[in-house]
Design a binder for this molecule. Structure first.
Ligand code: ADP
Ligand code: MG
Length: 317
């Protein structure tokens, strides 16, 4: 409870770790970092607000994990190698047990990916966590949204809709497999890096598959057909909902943090190899055509109408 800002920062600094390319980490007015020559710096930021991006009462360790995971997912979608991050915390009170729990989750995931915390900001206010993550990609090799070409296949990693299922079950089933997918998403960092040179375009699925694939097609000036029946589903989601409900979650639910990407048919063997290498399901779900928009089709090839396309914070409710 009453720990001051400097006590909290000292606790963070003591556990942050380091890397050779950090000249000066936490403790000065700013960090000094040495990016590798010849590579591009990839920078992304995401904020999680209490009750908006995570259920009120989420455990501090889960929140720490997720705050970093959503940013690592953005690096993954660019094909980047994670390096550094900053953490801006707004906390209702200076609670050292809360900070320690938060760091347990945050740093466990950071260690898995070799990303090191180099700075941030700590203030008092409603609970909110903002992370900036930085990484590297070879110049000209990043996976962007604007590279999809007519004739490409559309692919997605993992399974879809689990986090949306967990939200729907929050009261009924507060601690199932699905809840783990909501609280501890797995950013597909290794797969993203392995897809450099294979994928023509890539996006991470944070707002719902159809909405996020929509970003690829609009930036690339193409259209996409999606076979809704091919969308990958977990056993847990299949067991928890009727078909129409779970298809809506798979097509439009947010918070999956899987990668959706495009690649020419010649790349299929290479994609299977990536799938095998990382023990990660990668499913072909559609293809890129001329035109515009994302066109979901049912098993009979008829237009399938999604109840909603994805999560939009500013959409009229
Ligand atoms: P200033 O007032 O000059 O901005 P601060 O007192 O806010 O400095 O921060 C002191 C040091 O602690 C800086 O290196 C800053 O990056 C770091 N820091 C502050 N809050 C955090 C945090 N939540 N996570 C990581 N580093 C932090
Ligand atoms: Mg200063």
């Amino acid at each position: 409870m009453g720990a001051g800002e400097f006590d909290l920062i000292a606790r963070i600094r003591a556990r942050a770790g380091t890397r050779d390319d950090i000249v000066l980490g936490i403790g000065d007015d700013a960090a000094l970092l040495a990016p590798p020559p010849g590579r591009h710096l990839v920078v992304t930021a995401d904020t999680l607000n209490d009750g908006v991006h995570f259920p009120h009462g989420t455990l501090p360790a889960d929140l720490g994990w997720k705050a970093l995971a959503v940013n690592l997912s953005d690096l993954a979608s660019m094909g980047a190698e994670p390096a550094w991050c900053t953490l801006s915390l707004s906390l209702p009170q200076g609670d050292t047990a809360w900070i320690d729990g938060f760091l347990d989750g945050f740093l466990a995931l950071a260690r898995e990916h070799g990303i090191v915390l180099v700075g941030g900001d700590t203030t008092r206010g409603p609970l909110s966590v903002s992370v900036t993550a930085m990484g590297f990609v070879d110049a000209g090799r990043a996976l962007r949204r604007d590279g999809a070409r007519v004739g490409d296949d559309v692919w997605v990693t993992g399974t879809l809709g689990d986090a949306a299922g967990a939200l729907a079950l929050l009261e009924r089933d507060p601690v199932g497999v699905l809840r783990l997918r909501l609280d501890r998403p797995t950013p597909r960092v290794e797969a993203g890096r392995a897809l450099v040179g294979i994928a023509t375009a890539c996006v991470d699925v944070s707002d719902g598959l159809l909405a996020d694939l929509g970003h690829i097609v609009s930036r690339s000036g193409v259209a996409a057909q999606v076979d809704v029946g091919a969308l990958p589903v977990s056993e847990a989601l299949r067991a928890s909902f009727d078909e129409a409900t779970r298809l809506a979650m798979q097509a439009g639910g947010g918070d999956d943090y899987e990668l959706c990407f495009t690649a020419p048919p010649e790349a299929r063997a290479g994609i299977d190899a990536v799938s095998l290498q990382f023990g990660l399901r990668i499913t072909r779900i559609g293809r890129i055509m001329t035109g515009e928009g994302v066109h979901p089709l049912d098993a009979d090839g008829r237009t399938w109408s999604p109840p909603r396309r994805g999560y939009d914070h500013f959409a009229a409710l």
